[in-house]
Design a protein around this ligand. Sequence first.
Ligand code: MN
Length: 440
Amino acid sequence: MDHTHDPSRRSWVRSANAPTTDFPIQSLPYGIFRRRGESGARVGVAIGDQILDVTGCQQAGLFEGETEAAGRSCLPIGGPCALNPFMALGRPHWTALRRRLSDLLVDEGGSGADRKRVSRLLVPQVDAKMLLPSAIGDYTDFYASVHHATRVGRLFRPDQPLLPNYKWVPIGYHGRASSVVVSPAPVRRPAGQVRGQGSDAPRVVPTARLDYELEVGCFVGPGNERGTTIDIADAESHIFGLCLLNDWSARDIQQWEYQPLGPFLAKSFATTVSPWVVTLDALEPFRAPACPRPEGDPEPLPYLDSAASRERGGVEITLEVALRTAASRERGEPPVWLTRSQFAMMYWTFPQMLTHHASNGCNLRPGDLLASGTVSGPAETEGGCLLELTRGGAKPIGLPDGQTRTFLEDGDEVIIRGFCERPGFARIGFGECRGEVAAA
Ligand code: MN
């Protein structure tokens, strides 16, 4: 940790000093934005209710010396702007740019020449459209919560909820990169093959069991050459930062198609990410030990284990899911909170997932997206999806206006939030990952 984490550090961007902001000067998450009415995409960092135009800072000559390469990587050269070139540079460059941006935004009493130039490069977040943070080449979804795996397994396979490989292998599947969208894009209800109970032939119908999955996403920094692996001790140098993620899932389609090769069309229609990527540097104060394994569980195999991984492989992120129905939105009512969960409880950490992913020589590339799998806690109320909260649709959730839900209905809006809090440090948030269900 360094001076950029100092909780007493305040910004001359006043909204960044509000105790409730997700984006204080200690965070500085990256995103790609477009000013309303303009066509070009730019790199920005969120600060309070503003965006600092990092691409504009580079064009204004605010980066030199150790931030020169980072600044140049934020220029849109010959194509649309995305964070991939910056993500590819690696931690020394990320840290250098973080320090420079923090120094440009810190309130040290005066109003230097830099502050005048920088204040012209602020864009109110309400005047910007957020785009995907990176051009995502590949997307992989893991299954790292043992509580989620056990509860869902119980519904699908009551005789054997947790398969014997779970505690040895960070289970994942290759997701679909082309349908990853950024919050708040609407999501159309998919249709697909569904087999009703007791019937032989499936029918093609709109899913009646549309669900969300509360997840954390991880953007890959520098990749690895095909045929090489990533040592667990080096895994974090390949992780740029984290975001919120909703792995939309059609449970009836999934139930029929998932054996023998895992999810396919039940998941590939849409995945939503939050627009701001919170860097590992910013998350440093909130690192936590990997979740201790219960007595009797196997230790991770050596390639997935290290002292550092045990001591600080986790990240304490409080995660919440809220639902707003079409009717409650019309009445102007706030969303209803469904779940609160904790990311530090995951059975596998992102360094373990990343190391495992590359352990066969599979090449990861800058801007690739990994997702954690549904973040569920041990309590029944901590399920990270409706499948768990309603026990497979058997136990509807009551909403304050008398409506009930087993799965999502058209017009429902799912809102995921996440934040980190620890005494002695500034609270940082992830913003929102939201999406509304459009009719089939
Ligand atoms: Mn998932």
